[in-house]
Design a protein around this ligand. Structure first.
Ligand code: URA
Length: 436
């Protein structure tokens, strides 16, 4: 079928065949389908949707467009976690060690941060010597020995998504449930883990603004995973504010370490309990939720999860003395406080703006070439629902005084925090769970 006819068929709301979807995506990757036709197709999907079968076919052709990481050399139940996007999201740094010391195998490929989102790989590079570039043999060996390794993504994983995502980003077609599901699941399924836990964010700072939409996205991704023979669970979590308290690089490592000692922020610790217990139940369906949560609490309290982080850092060449004594991690030259100029209650902390504020302090990159300042960042002292009075400290900013945009970053952060006169009840963090 001609590309024109495929676009027209979708524009008119008809179901496409597997052959049509495959032909279109393969043509786009090899350059025979131009950007303008793929843009028109994405807009047709955005407006007319795709059913579960079409979305699975789209995922499959995208998944197989580049390298497949088979993980065949790894013994045991391999598990991955994915978050649909977060600010202050240091989950992998805690979830990985917890699951590894409970016997699961965590072979994690993570990304770098760009714009308002931070990347796990950047955060880990706050630890001197830590290498995120292992050969596939070293990666498999590290996971078999330690139970956990975190490395950067290989260059040729799902090139179809790289091209399509860049196009969707500039054609107002990102927030389509089937396109998001295919984009995320193609990348996750290209790495052949046995289990996958999805953290689907809901709220002002997320792609999914309502619980209903997030539930649709979650159940679609869980079904795609099941069809591909993987065990998948999705946890819907609130994103009306950043996760935990810290946003930055070294400061997020510190928060992760505190959480591994069971001394982290309550909300973040609860998310860890939720995601890790779901992962344990995927591996062993006989476990009850309560038993699974108790296992997680036990390894946080007895120090085993932290020891696993130490083991991982050492196996990847990092200086573990920096995490045993985190005063050795990079830190900023100065701390400034952001104080409330109003009496009232915090109703919202816009995640993207907080992320951009941290980026302006030097914690993130505006362009791929920018160098990150590992010690800068910020701590949110107050959260949604908290009462504040004029002069109360809402946030601390860890700054490098030599940088020129510190003042602007401070004002951006102030503008990101809404204070209203009436009492606010914070939405709970865990909103729902979708299992296969
Ligand atoms: N994250 C992705 O990887 N893809 C999307 O389409 C949206 C969020």
């Amino acid at each position: 079928m001609r590309t024109y006819d495929i676009i027209r068929k979708k524009r008119d709301g008809h179901k496409l065949t597997q052959e049509e979807i495959t032909e279109l995506v393969r043509g786009y990757v090899d350059g025979s389908v131009p950007d303008y036709q793929m843009s028109a197709f994405c807009m047709a999907v955005f407006l007319k949707g795709m059913d579960e079968e079409e979305t699975y076919w789209l995922t499959e052709v995208m998944r197989t467009s580049g390298d497949i990481i088979d993980l065949k050399g790894i013994e045991g139940f391999t598990i991955d976690k994915h978050s649909t996007g977060g600010v202050g999201d240091k989950t992998s740094l805690v979830l990985g060690p917890v699951l590894a010391c409970l016997g699961l195998k965590v072979a994690k490929m993570s990304g770098r941060g760009l714009g308002h989102t931070g990347g796990t790989i950047d955060k880990l590079e706050a630890i001197k010597g830590f290498s995120t570039e292992l050969t596939s043999e070293q990666f498999v060996k590290a996971v078999n020995k330690v139970g956990l390794a975190i490395v950067g993504q290989t260059g040729n994983l799902v090139p179809a998504d790289k091209k399509m995502y860049a196009l969707r980003d500039v054609t107002a077609t990102v927030d389509s449930i089937p396109l998001i599901a295919a984009s995320i699941m193609s990348k996750k399924l290209a790495v052949c883990n046995k289990g996958l836990v999805l953290d689907v964010k809901v709220g002002s700072g997320a792609f999914m603004k309502t619980v209903e939409d997030a539930r649709k996205l979650a159940s679609l991704m869980v079904k795609i995973g099941a069809q591909a023979g993987r065990k998948v669970a999705a946890v819907l979590t609130n994103m009306d504010e950043p996760l935990g308290e810290m946003v930055g690089n070294a400061c997020e490592i510190i928060e992760a370490i505190d959480t591994l000692h069971y001394k982290g922020p309550e909300s973040f610790t609860n998310l860890i309990k939720e995601l890790c217990s779901e992962a344990l139940m995927l591996e062993n369906p006989k476990l009850t939720k309560e038993e699974a949560v108790n296992k997680v609490i036990e390894v946080l309290k007895n120090g085993k999860a932290f020891e696993k982080l130490v083991e991982m850092v050492e196996s990847q060449g990092g200086d573990s003395s920096m995490i045993k004594d985190y005063s050795k991690l990079p830190h900023s030259a100065k701390t400034v406080e952001l104080k409330s100029d109003k009496d009232g209650y915090i109703s919202q902390i816009q995640c993207e703006e907080v992320g951009l504020s941290a980026m302006m302090l030097g914690a993130g990159r505006e362009t791929k070439e920018d160098k990150i300042d590992m010690g800068v960042g910020l701590k949110l002292v107050k959260h949604v629902g908290d009462q504040v009075k004029v002069g109360d400290v809402i946030a601390e900013l860890y700054i490098n005084p030599e940088r020129k945009d510190n003042e602007k970053a401070m004002e951006r952060l102030r503008a990101a925090i809404t204070i209203v006169p009436e009492k606010v009840v914070a939405r709970k963090l865990i909103l729902d769970i979708v299992r296969s």
